[in-house]
Write a protein that binds this ligand. Structure first.
Ligand code: NAP
Length: 332
């Protein structure tokens, strides 16, 4: 009997680091490929902070939790190794939600062919969730104008780094908030941000004043944390806050208090949360907006690749420690 490895979620995290006890590593029998089906060998999986939400018991979110005892949810890229499907052939590269497993049996629903002649890492780092999220938040929610000031938290991350580079290319003044000096150096000296603030240092308000002498028009929020309210207090009239992620709160039972509503009122701010499942129909349009920037060499990325399916488990903790340098990917 030929088998493959999969990882099931068996317990929900209760705060603190992600550990092996939450998962069960199982050997599954290789499926028979029926009529209208094909078998994908997954080669690269994306790890995403959204997984913390998917593992939680919260049923009142934008997507249902992963059921206990089932394969952990994730997106990835693989190659078709067997096919009885008229539209998908052996050798085709496909992308979609395949979960934490080496092989995936599909009827084609939810999987898309990857035609671009780019490595899997580049697709997952730019043209998959990071790029479409950055484009939706920056263009459609933020409605940027040349000359404005934007601040991006999680600025060296996969989403934040793309947002900052789009804004720089559009002629905005771009400030990034990061958690260490290496990331501060990377976003300024490699990506071209105008300024970086390390949120783990002192005098954040003084640093904000220096980096944003004309106030802040757009705030692309990926993290939450104490700098959030300081940023909102420095926003200009009719500023826009794009609430993309709040990673500092993902493992807390009680989220941090939000910014002052007095600032929201006085500056007539628009605050909008968004999650990508609402916008999957717009993916072609979002990729269409992003692609010219990438083609012009204005969007650089870095991928942080872990080796082997099981590395996904403890790899998730890198999001919380900030030890991920760029898009977290697991190579199978
Ligand atoms: N709305 C959507 O549809 C959508 C889609 C994709 C992603 N997201 C969200 O976007 C955010 C970024 O995602 P990503 O995939 O690009 O991850 P990422 O930024 O590559 O990685 C997460 C980063 O968050 C920072 N971080 C961790 N704990 C923090 C804390 N307590 N305070 C401040 N920063 C902290 C760390 O960077 P430092 O070293 O700089 O601290 C870490 O590297 C996440 O919140 C994610 O949930 C939302």
């Amino acid at each position: 009997m030929t088998t493959f490895t999969a990882i099931n979620l068996v317990k929900r995290p209760a705060g603190g680091p992600i550990t092996k006890e939450l998962f069960e590593i199982v050997e599954k029998e290789m499926p028979t490929v029926g009529e209208g089906q094909f078998l994908v060998k997954q080669n690269h999986m994306s790890l995403d902070p959204a997984m913390f939400g998917w593992m939680s018991p919260d049923t009142n979110s934008y997507i249902p939790p992963v059921e206990l005892g089932s394969v952990m949810r994730s997106s990835g890229i693989g190659e078709i190794v067997e096919s009885n499907h008229p539209k998908f052939n052996v050798g085709d590269r496909v992308m979609g939600m395949m979960g934490w497993q080496q092989y995936f049996l599909s009827d084609g629903q939810g999987l898309n062919k990857v035609e671009a002649p780019l490595p899997d890492e580049a697709i997952l780092s730019v043209f998959a969730l990071p790029g479409i999220t950055a484009s939706q938040g920056y263009f459609n929610v933020g409605k940027p104008k040349k000359g404005e000031t934007i601040i991006v938290t999680g600025a060296a991350g996969s989403v934040g780094s793309i947002v900052g580079q789009l804004a720089k290319a559009d002629g905005l003044h771009v400030i990034g908030v990061v958690g260490n000096d290496e990331k501060a150096d990377w976003i300024v000296n490699t990506l071209g941000f105008d300024a970086a603030i390390n949120y783990k240092t002192d005098d954040l308000d003084a640093q904000l004043a220096k980096a944003a002498p004309n106030g802040i028009d757009m705030f692309f929020e990926n993290t939450a944390g104490p700098i959030q309210s300081l940023i909102v207090d420095r926003m200009n009239a009719h500023g826009r806050v794009m609430v993309c992620g709040l990673i500092a709160d993902y493992s807390k039972e009680v989220p941090s208090p939000g910014p002052s509503w007095v600032s929201v009122l006085k500056r007539r701010l628009t605050i909008q949360g968004f999650t990508m499942p609402d916008h999957y129909a717009q993916v072609p349009e979002l990729i269409g907006k992003l692609t010219p920037y990438v083609m012009a060499g204005k969007v650089k990325h870095r991928s942080h690749v872990l080796e082997g399916l099981e590395s996904a488990i403890e790899g998730l903790n890198l999001f919380f420690t900030g030890a991920n340098k760029g898009k977290l990917i697991v190579k199978l």
